[in-house]
Design a protein around this ligand. Structure first.
Ligand code: NDP
Length: 324
């Protein structure tokens, strides 16, 4: 089977399409024939060596496809099921063996493309807005990189919960897209000072929560626009990791809460995974949430997909089409 790997950490040019045997599922695994695989920053971090990995580094952390075989102890799925998963590596391939507890069934009326595009970022936006800081009607959130994959879904789910949403983005075209997603206010943080803008918008009160996937470039300033006892949810680092800081800063900025969450801990059981995925799919079916596909690529074209993502050229979600 074909799969994408990296032998030595580095840039997108290190991505190699190689041949490997079809994996043999263990007793608790299902063998999934991949149709669509999502392109995500987490694979950038494995590819560049920021996150540790065995070699070769197998790529792809999200996929949608069909179960072909299951191990003896699998109870959650059976051959023929259409399934989706995230946070298991090796999905940029024709087949992957996935622990069955990570698999959710795809509703009949949802295609592989939508499911594969919605899984990782959709469940992330869901846990951020429903669990990490469960937004209430009337609260205000600041969402960075709001035209991006995860950010755009946070905007839509935050609106669904009745919150007031301020989104940031790096170009005027992206700012227009953020408004179209339903944000009440959109700031071009490349040309405007988002701290000043947020202060003005909130009448000096600050926001209840910041959802920050950008990291190094936005984190410090973000702490300055949160109301006392509000929360900084640092969930990514597209501009680079945040420098270490003293907890005292949280005191002086207003008894703030800081969390650095990870999707894996918010789909901790198969029940929680199923509940979250079903709720994301329900929000898509109802029209509350739109999945925007920003680009579709073949396995051969994956390096270009990652160049676009890392180069800030994309909006919405990029996917690799593995089978038609
Ligand atoms: P996005 O679609 O948001 O793409 C990244 C965006 O970040 C860019 O388009 C750009 O938007 C902005 N950005 C700002 N500075 C930079 C920079 N220096 N280099 C590149 N991009 C920059 O990506 P994702 O939604 O896939 O992921 C965003 C982050 O969220 C990643 O760090 C990812 O790992 C993390 N994440 C974390 C999860 C978790 O559970 N903790 C789960 C899912 C994602 P603009 O031009 O508008 O500034």
């Amino acid at each position: 089977m074909k799969r994408l790997v990296v032998v030595e950490p580095g840039g997108p040019e290190r991505i190699v399409l190689d041949e490997a045997p079809v994996p043999v599922p263990g007793p608790k695994d299902a063998l999934v024939a991949i149709h669509v695989s999502g392109v995500n920053f987490i694979d950038v971090y494995f590819r560049t060596g920021l996150y540790a990995s065995d070699r070769p580094i197998v790529l792809g952390s999200e996929g949608a496809g069909v179960v072909e075989r299951v191990g003896d102890e699998v109870t959650e799925v059976e051959p023929g099921d259409r399934v989706v998963f995230a946070m298991h590596r090796g999905s940029h391939a024709e087949y992957v063996a996935v622990p069955s507890r990570l698999l959710a069934k795809i509703p009949d009326d949802v295609d592989f493309r939508t499911a594969g595009a919605a899984m990782l970022q959709g469940t992330t936006a869901h846990y951020l807005t429903h669990s990490t800081f469960p937004l209430q009607a009337g609260q205000t959130c600041l969402v960075h990189a709001a035209a991006g994959g995860a950010g755009g879904l946070v905007v839509q789910m935050a609106k669904g919960r009745g919150a007031r949403v301020i989104g940031t983005a790096g170009t005027d075209a992206k700012v227009t897209e953020v408004r179209a997603l339903g944000a009440d206010h959109a700031i071009n943080y490349a040309t405007e000072d988002f701290e000043d803008e947020v202060r003005t918008i909130t009448g000096g009160h600050g926001v209840d929560v910041v959802y920050d996937s950008v990291g190094r470039a936005t984190f410090d300033k973000g702490l300055k626009v949160i109301r006392p006892r509000g929360m900084m949810v640092l969930f990514g680092q597209s501009s680079g990791p945040v420098e270490p800081m003293s907890p005292t800063v949280l005191n002086t900025r207003g008894s703030l809460f800081l969390t650095r969450p990870n999707l894996a801990h918010y789909v901790a059981t198969h029940d929680e995974l199923t509940w979250r995925v079903n709720d994301v799919m329900r929000q898509i079916a109802s029209g509350q949430v739109t999945i925007r596909i920003g680009g579709e690529y073949s396995l051969d074209e994956a390096a270009g997909a990652y160049r676009d993502l890392e180069g800030r050229k994309t909006t919405g979600k990029l996917v690799l089409k593995v089978r038609s």
